[in-house]
Design a protein around this ligand. Sequence first.
Ligand code: C2O
Ligand code: CU
Ligand code: CU
Length: 496
Amino acid sequence: MKTMVQILVIVGIGAIVLSSCRKDSMMTNSEGQVIPAIEGDFLAPLSVPPSINGQGTLTAQVTTATIFSGKKSKVLGYQPGSILGPTIAVNSGDNININFQNDLAENSNIHWHGLIAPSNMDGHPEDVARQGSSRNYSFTVSQRAGMYWYHPHPDGFTAEQAYLGLAGVFLVRDAEEQRLNLPSGEMEIPLVIQDKRITSNNDLDYSPTMMDVMTGYMGPNILVNGVSSPYKDVRTRNYRLRVLNGSNGRIYNLALSNNASFSVIGADGGLLATPQTVTSLLLGPGERADLIVNFSSYPVGTELFLVSNTFSAGASQGKQNFRIMKFRVTQSEKDSFTLPNTLSSINLISKSGANKTRTFDISNGGMGNMGGMSGMGSSGMTMKGMHRINDKVYDKSRIDEIVEAGSTEIWEFDNSKGDEPHPMHIHGVQFQVLDRIGGRNSLISTENGWKDTVLLLPGEKVRVIMRFGQNKGKYVLHCHNLEHEDDGMMLQFEII
Ligand code: C2O
Ligand code: CU
Ligand code: CU
């Protein structure tokens, strides 16, 4: 047992360390990006994870995978020999029944990001399987078609486990989507974009410094579906690229290297009402984008890159443009596909029907947020709280908001005094974005559809509206910069 005096001394030192770290990181940030991306050689083919239906076993384990051709890297996986789990593909209305086996040396669980699951199936941070034990997830997926995903969510270990390889795509299909005859089979490609840091042995390295906690843990190697800087051979056709930003902290400003336009047809919660034509698209951690890229006008032999262009988002991001993956047009083929003008029907939730408005201050501004002591675990004292919501650090024993089942609410995220980007995510619900004030001052293409994660750049205030379902129980809302989340930028709400 430490005495109170000792604890106070330690807290005092902690506050000094944190405050100097904060200044430090701001100085470094103002000079440019913290971790620049280093492009690979684009010589390894893109791999696509195998697909399973909603039945089976996922075993979190330490394993090896081929991220860099010809080399083995130590990673975490849900199956032996691969980083990232299988793609789970179901039809709306299906029941899933997944056995989760935790073969890690620490707590883990599975959160179904974007799926509306009962509270006890949602992978709440406190609802975990201990080392060596298992947990069954079964529930009915009754929402619309879309690209959702899954990843661990144990309190304090989400960032590390997701970063080291535990994540997967979850596709839901429905009749509304099927009717559109969108590019499918080989022409529908999930792209999970992540950035990694590696050791000299090519193993994934997760060892965040306090500065990494400030900015999010970024790595120089850009992986798509677990392969560093891959290429993909395509035919002169339309392709449906289903992109997930599965990075802990890095934002991508997606574009094609020749500046060609592409169509955004869907977002986190499925298809938009109408396709939106863009030449670039900002995608924050946790967000998804459903894209149609038309390769039909390119001569065979053309090489084209999916790139991330520079953007303005505070000091630590967007300072660099880099190539993510290469497309090689290798075969000419006739394509009769035309993108329909109407994709799906989206009923807008009316503002006047809202029962309640809540505000969440995520600015983390001012000198009040120097961090504090969050408790003493077996490994000693942990410092948390450089990132907060409403000046609160996540506390499992506190319910921050109580929401009535079936009610309609407006939640306002306020980053107007903040100097960091925050992708804000709410569990157990899909929302619509009402408006953005400050910063970009407008909505982007994906924000015209259903969302579960919305990016706030410095200076922005965003309002979202949603109707809560009938699943009662505890859920969380948090920043999906996973270092911020593990640092305590998460609150708990209960649907009653
Ligand atoms: Cu993708 Cu609470 O997370
Ligand atoms: Cu989630
Ligand atoms: Cu954040």
